[in-house]
Design a binder for this molecule. Sequence first.
Ligand SMILES: [Zn+2]
Length: 426
Amino acid sequence: MPDPIRERLTGLRRDLHRYPEPGWCEFWTTARLVEEVERIGVDELAVGPEAYDPEDRMAIPPEDRIEEWFERARERGVDDDLLTTMAGGNTGAVAVLDRGDGPAVGLRVDIDGLFIEESGEPGHLPADEEFRSETGETMHACGHDAHVTWGLATLEAIAESDFSGRLVVFFQPAEEVSGGGHPMAESPYCADLDYLFAVHVGLDHPTGEVVAGIQKPLAMCHVDVNIRGTSAHAGKAPEEGNNAIHALGTAIESVYGIPRHSEGMTRVNVGRVEGGTASNVIAEHVDAVAEARGETTEVMEYAKSELIHRFETAAELHGCEADATVESESPRADSDPELAEVVAQTAEGVDGVDTVLPAADFGASEDATFLMNRVQADGGLATYLVVGTDHPTSHHTPTFDVDERSLDHGVDLLTESILAVAEDGP
Ligand SMILES: [Zn+2]
């Protein structure tokens, strides 16, 4: 990549790191990346509803949260017109370079942060070098600040190259809640792509290591449940109540007893419950948040329907009613070996990369799989690659950080891989 691009990587990443926003609330982040895209100069730029149908969004947060981050972005100086375009939580953008004959290549990066308070302890580099999160409650604890940086710098490097073809960069919101992959995949910008690269930093791979194509991400779904019963005095007339907490207890026992599936591994979890009022009141109402995962989309569907069925029947047993809503989900998708091979070969020539793994199992979930499935269904090839980074602690912890050397590695690898498929195909 040209030197001026390389020299800006760290500053740009740190700028993004200072202000992480949660899913569908990335108003400032979108504005910041739009500013960069406009500086670079592209043939098409679509923001929020110009890029996807808002109806396709999943896991949309409550209105008051969207409003709060919208106002914060306004106070932070985001342009009114841009804010109007994104109103209601329609964040993210798609940037397109149209450079003559050649293949259509997609690059997908995600842009959201997490509700984690970032460490201020000495020894945590963002604290020591004064670029830790300024929001107090959110953090780029998964490296999506590095992903946005890669997306922008790769766009710029390709714009300055002799690339011939079409490059579509997806700056996708709400990955952490599996909410943004679906609308981006349904977008006209995702139609008829010949190649798609999706990318993540770290994931326990050290600096200098590259995984050319991830296999076996787990299909997953998030389910919200609420159980409604009837309250009564726990001492005077317990028989007049329908106990929502008792129903929840029965449901939880039963959910963890869903049989394993012969066609692949499954996971279930009830991750948060809330309800009831006092020891002497039969509880009228409880809420729960649960998830199901599966090695294939089919076994995830099995675990999901069993999970919902068990909440409903446990509620019924106790004279209550359960409402289950699937908040979001993502399918399984695998990297195409032919395209992963291009990444592997390119990685061999990238400065600072010393280990190249052709493939690795993912073990977690990702909603880039929606875009991968779309591209593969249209006859194109997709790969999900990992650029290693020495992270001091695990993803999603208050002391997570990215080794900034991997910023260079990611941009070089993505740029050269895009140029390689544009010139020679896989
Ligand atoms: Zn992530």
